[in-house]
Design a protein around this ligand. Structure first.
Ligand SMILES: *Cc1c(COP(=O)(O)O)cnc(C)c1O
Length: 458
């Protein structure tokens, strides 16, 4: 007889943060004040905060220790050179520019590489990434495989690029109009779904023939590497670190939000292997972020990133990280809750269309469901559907196939017992799903409306 071998966290808890318990009455008041937008809640009114895994990580004692050694010099900080060395060593990129977070890097990169009217293919859009491409004059085109738009399709690599779709764009617009393809690892908007090494290798070969760069949105590269290790032939015995290095080797540059995989609370960077691109970006970073050796970060932040990168590539860390997400996902499936499959790397994505089939997409089913989950238990999730998708340049709503509520798990923060509470809460909302009403939008900001939009109950 063989015994089950559970994963467990490769760390122990040294310090705790107390959280406030609220009543349903408190929460009803809070969600109304927040205009039914979980982004507008006060965090002190939240019990288990699964809004995002961005900047919500718990740092290690080693990272906190390094905080005290941060070199706060304006120029040429020692801490910058540590961060630069870590990125070069673990990711293999040549030239590095720190930025205050991922979108700072996206802004600069888009300004450097995109000319008015350029086409920017990508394996599904990301909110800030696409907006910076559009603000720089580019037009985003989705080239992810069709399976990614189907929440029930169990394709193991739903982050893959459909190279045929890319080829059609090359034929239609010509490769001179396509400065780069934006390739995200562990595609956030598809539900935290990985791209395979085989697909990336093939894409690399294709883009070499056509003179198109691959720019890597590497925010969740370590989680992607975990799935390659688990699912792709030939990678079972390679370490996460080796796989990450290989992924990066098939790309020409990267933007990174260190607030995710790299286990810090703030920071990001832009990386490139091209001197010209680096030179231009180094010019621009001074305008938008700060000098090229700090880019809006404190020395202590850069220290913590250098260590966080290394910790994120530890196999045991990554197994526990995704193990916890899978634990929550399986619990929810046991309750019959419709979620995106396969279970992704950074959270559980509830399919709001099949959870609330009586609502049309104009009634914001995912937004309404996120508000309802908060009301039930104080668990904070977020909308990833028609509100997040925003409007196109003509002012029309994008209507994405995927209308999702994302329960995102911060790294090293919550316990398995917290996951049980979350699953039970979503299950209780599922039981009374027929009584849930839709919303109407009563305030809509011009950019990235999901952050600040306000709603009322229909
Ligand atoms: C978070 C994120 C970004 C933007 O990074 P910020 O640090 O939030 O500015 C870009 N791409 C992806 C895939 C992300 O998840």
């Amino acid at each position: 007889m063989s015994y089950k071998k559970s994963w467990a966290e490769p760390y122990k808890i040294k310090m705790v943060e107390l959280i406030k318990m609220t009543t349903r009455k408190d929460r009803l008041k809070a969600i109304k004040v927040a205009g039914y937008n979980t982004f507008l809640l006060r965090s002190e009114d939240v019990y288990i905060d699964l809004l995002t895994d961005s900047g919500t990580n718990a740092m290690s004692d080693i990272q906190w220790g390094a905080f005290m050694t941060g070199d706060e010099a304006y120029a040429g900080s020692k801490s910058f050179f540590k961060m630069e060395a870590a990125i070069q060593k673990y990711y293999g990129y040549k030239y590095i520019i720190p930025t205050h977070q991922g979108r700072g890097a996206e802004n600069i990169l888009s300004k450097v590489l995109i000319k008015n009217g350029d086409i920017i293919p990508g394996n599904m859009y990301f909110t800030t990434t696409r907006l910076h491409q559009e603000l720089a004059g580019g037009i985003f085109k989705d080239v992810i495989i069709e399976e990614a738009h189907d929440p029930l399709n169990e394709h193991p690599f739903k982050g893959n690029v459909d190279i045929q779709k890319l080829h059609q764009l090359v034929q239609e617009y010509g490769s001179a109009k396509i400065p780069y393809i934006s390739v995200a690892t562990n595609v956030n908007m598809a539900g935290g779904q990985p791209i395979s090494m085989a697909n990336l290798r093939e894409l690399y070969a294709y883009t070499r023939q056509h003179g198109i760069r691959i720019i890597h949105d590497m925010t969740r590269v370590a989680e992607n590497a975990y799935f390659i290790q688990k699912r792709e032939t030939g990678y079972a015995h390679k370490s996460i670190a080796e796989i990450v290095k290989e992924i990066c080797s098939y790309t020409d540059g990267a933007t990174m939000s260190a607030k995710k995989d790299a286990l810090v609370n703030i920071g990001g960077f832009l990386a490139t292997n091209e001197w010209d691109v680096y030179e231009e970006a180094r010019n621009l970073v001074v305008v938008y972020e700060g000098l090229h050796t700090y880019g809006g970060l404190a020395g202590r932040d850069m220290e913590a990133i250098a260590i966080g990168i290394q910790e994120s590539l530890d196999d045991n860390h990554q197994h526990a990280r995704v193990g916890q997400v899978e634990y929550l996902g399986h619990k929810m499936m046991e309750y019959g809750i419709p979620i995106v499959k396969p279970i992704g790397g950074h959270g559980i994505f509830v399919d709001a269309k099949s959870f609330l089939p009586h609502l049309t997409q104009d009634q914001y089913p995912a937004q309404a469901l996120a508000a309802e989950i908060y009301l039930d238990s104080g668990v904070r999730a977020m909308e990833r559907g028609v509100v997040s998708a925003g409007r196109n340049e003509n002012g029309d709503n994008y209507y994405p196939n995927l209308e999702l509520v994302r329960l995102t798990i911060p790294r090293r923060v919550y316990t398995q017992a917290h996951m049980d509470v979350v699953a039970e809460s979503v299950a209780s909302v599922f039981q009374k799903r027929k009584t849930i009403k839709g919303l109407k939008m009563v305030y809509e900001p011009k950019y990235l409306r999901f952050f600040q939009a306000r709603f009322e109950k229909l």
